[in-house]
Design a protein around this ligand. Structure first.
Ligand code: CP
Length: 306
């Protein structure tokens, strides 16, 4: 039985197979409409979500399966003190696969160790968000036609943004990847990512503060929201929250085929005037999230569709 805790749980070859399956699902949805009939997905979300929870649910419904679950810790028996380990043992009696989001780093891993069904990490604290990374990889491969030879600008809250941490881990496995890390001093990537992931693997990267200084060289601009829920101090959040606002003027500095990605939700960091720019890919990205989660469910449940 396979779980998904980190994007590195899949080899590059396995990822390629998963993304190819997601593309086939995109183009032939009817072929997969009954693939999970009789199967149930539990969505156990101890932290708020729109895209991840609902795209998982849409994915299972598109496959002909059913969904059950809870959308906050308050509406589950976690509010009475039940542990994640006990919860997953119970959920294992009710469902065939579980997607779990938790504010504590490592909670889905603990669950996976006590589970008799596949567990998917749907985001754990500031640590990892592997299914967002699968979504991002599918978006990049579909819109840019490759996952190598890319200069990627990661902009915003690189300290607390788990999507950024997961994406860096995943992309360094492809040749000729270069990062431009665009953040204020206080929100730079954690040193373990800089030293143990980028430097150790000889991945070229540059750290800059001004978005304008990076725009012209990027193939992909990956914007992120300042993660209010991870700040200890509201004043620090208020000071940082509008540090970057991508607008039409800044977009005029970018390549014609650059794409703008964002895991969403957005707050102020991308002006709505950018939404109509053909390079804005963030709503398409949310759609790709459904296809890749369908592919993931099929893969972890070992369902083959001919
Ligand atoms: N991208 C993402 O994880 O969005 P949600 O928090 O709405 O699930």
């Amino acid at each position: 039985m396979q779980h998904l805790m980190s994007p590195l749980d899949f080899s590059v070859e396995e990822l390629d197979k998963l993304l190819t399956l997601a593309n086939d699902i995109e183009h032939n949805p009817q072929k997969y409409a009954h693939a999970c009939e009789g199967k149930k997905l539990a969505t156990c979300f101890y932290e708020a979500s729109t895209r991840t929870r609902l795209s998982f649910e849409a994915a299972m419904l598109n496959l002909g399966g059913s969904v059950l679950g809870f959308s906050s810790a308050d509406s589950s028996s976690a509010s009475k003190g039940e542990s994640v380990s006990d919860t997953i043992r119970v959920i294992s009696c009710y469902a065939d696969i579980c997607a779990m989001r938790h504010p504590k780093e490592g909670a889905p891993l603990v669950a996976s160790q006590r589970s008799s069904i596949p567990v998917i990490n749907a985001g754990d604290g500031g640590h990892q968000h592997p299914t967002q990374t699968l979504t991002d990889l599918l978006t990049i491969r579909s819109l840019k036609g490759r996952l190598d030879n890319l200069t990627i600008g990661l902009c915003g809250d690189l300290k607390f943004g788990r999507t950024v941490h997961s994406l860096i881990h995943a992309l360094i496995r492809y040749p000729h990847i270069r990062f431009v890390l665009i953040s204020p001093e206080e929100l730079r990537v954690p040193s373990y990512i800089r030293e143990d992931v980028l430097e150790k693997n000889y991945i070229p990267f540059q750290e800059v503060e001004r978005l304008e200084d990076a725009m012209s060289e990027l193939d992909i601009l990956y914007m992120t929201r300042v993660q209010r829920e991870r700040f200890f101090n509201e004043d620090d959040y208020v000071r940082m929250k509008d540090f970057y606002i991508l607008n039409r003027k800044k977009m005029s500095l970018a390549k014609e085929d650059m794409i703008v990605m964002h895991p969403l939700p957005r707050v102020n960091e991308i002006s709505v005037e950018v939404d109509d720019d053909p390079r804005a890919a963030y709503f398409k990205q949310a759609q790709y999230g459904v296809y890749v989660r369908m592919a993931l469910i099929l893969t972890l449940l070992e369902v083959n569709v001919c």
